[in-house]
Design a protein around this ligand. Structure first.
Ligand code: DGY
Length: 321
């Protein structure tokens, strides 16, 4: 029987499913050395939120499959996994719609100042009729620029174009013909997107190329009335540069679900700014979607160990050896 390590809390039914196919060891990755020790004789592992690199995996000599309960896989050193012939699987489809909901919520939250004004009411400060100093700006018919038109980006584009009659621009390595045809999305250069969008939405994976993609020069290209929305990965934005741009009015505001360090430090200047909405990395955090991600990741792991998995492989090339 294959041996697998679970390094993230999973619901009982998912553990039961895994136990019906393999010998399961559950570890708390916060216990020093526990994960490395457990991986030593494991064939596979499932979890999220832990750096999986040479240090963690060097002594895991039997390891064949890692299954991440996420779409993003920036915590994994994929070139090291390739060298070792370890397959990595992820959960790309099941979280698309929920994550797109979160991203589009950030557009509404920032433009209409919803979080700030809800807090204002709860604080008992609503004592007279609302005036201009509390007005937001419209979302409908504005321009949304999406950096990274993959599954989630395209899903946000659909909400924007069909639901809010927004003009959609995008930057991507490929051409998304469906989004162009169905949502009128237009592929442009990053500079044009920054200069003309009312909302710049970052929806790209974190890679060497996207690390600090948005820093002072890029922020300066944005309209002073524009908002930056990041629902992908924190390090795509140079955070100190963003703080400066928000302080000096280079841009109007930001809606953030992700940060360079998570959880965001309580002393972060971002928490003190009225023109910033800060969510606690909840892109896919609904009961339904998280359940689907857990199930999907468990099935990926068992399918990969049995040699029957057909999809959700990050580095399928390792199987060709
Ligand atoms: C993902 O699936 O990558 C989400 O951001 C959760 O980490």
């Amino acid at each position: 029987m294959n041996k697998i390590v679970v390094y993230k809390p999973l619901p009982d039914e998912t553990i039961e499913y895994l136990r019906s196919h393999a010998e399961v060891t559950i570890v708390d990755p916060k216990q020093p050395g526990a994960l490395i020790e457990a991986l030593k004789d494991a064939d596979g592992a499932i979890g999220t939120g832990v750096k999986m690199n040479t240090e963690t995996l060097e002594s895991a000599t039997r390891l064949k499959v890692l299954s991440t309960v996420s779409v993003g896989f920036d915590a994994f050193d994929v070139s090291y996994l390739n060298q070792r012939g370890i397959l990595l699987t992820n959960t790309p489809d099941v979280l698309t719609e929920s994550t797109a909901d979160t991203a589009f919520s950030l557009v509404l939250l920032t433009a209409r100042r919803l979080a700030e004004l809800a807090a204002f009411v709860k604080a008992g400060k609503w004592t007279k009729k609302i005036a201009e100093d509390k007005f937001g700006v419209d979302v409908h018919h504005k321009t949304l620029g999406i950096v990274g038109l993959g599954r989630i980006g395209a899903s946000v584009a659909r909400r924007a174009a069909l639901g809010f009659q927004m003009k959609v621009l995008y930057v991507d390595q490929g051409v998304n013909e469906r989004a162009e045809r169905e949502f009128g999305a237009k592929k442009v250069e990053l500079d044009e997107l920054l200069k003309t969008s009312d909302f710049v939405l970052l929806q790209a994976p974190l890679t060497k190329e996207t690390h600090n993609l948005i820093s002072t020069p890029q922020l300066k290209k944005m309209k002073r009335t524009a908002f930056l929305i990041n629902a992908s990965r924190g390090p795509i934005v140079d955070e100190p540069a963003l703080v400066e741009a928000l302080k000096d009015g280079t841009i109007a505001g930001a809606g953030l679900d992700v940060y360079v360090e998570e959880p965001l430090a309580v002393e972060s200047p971002l928490l003190k700014m009225d023109n910033v909405v800060t969510l606690p990395h909840i892109g896919s955090a609904t009961h339904e979607t998280r359940r689907a991600m857990n199930e999907n990741a468990a099935e990926n792991l068992i399918g990969a160990l049995n040699g029957t998995l057909k999809a959700n492989m990050v580095n399928p090339e390792v199987l060709k050896r």
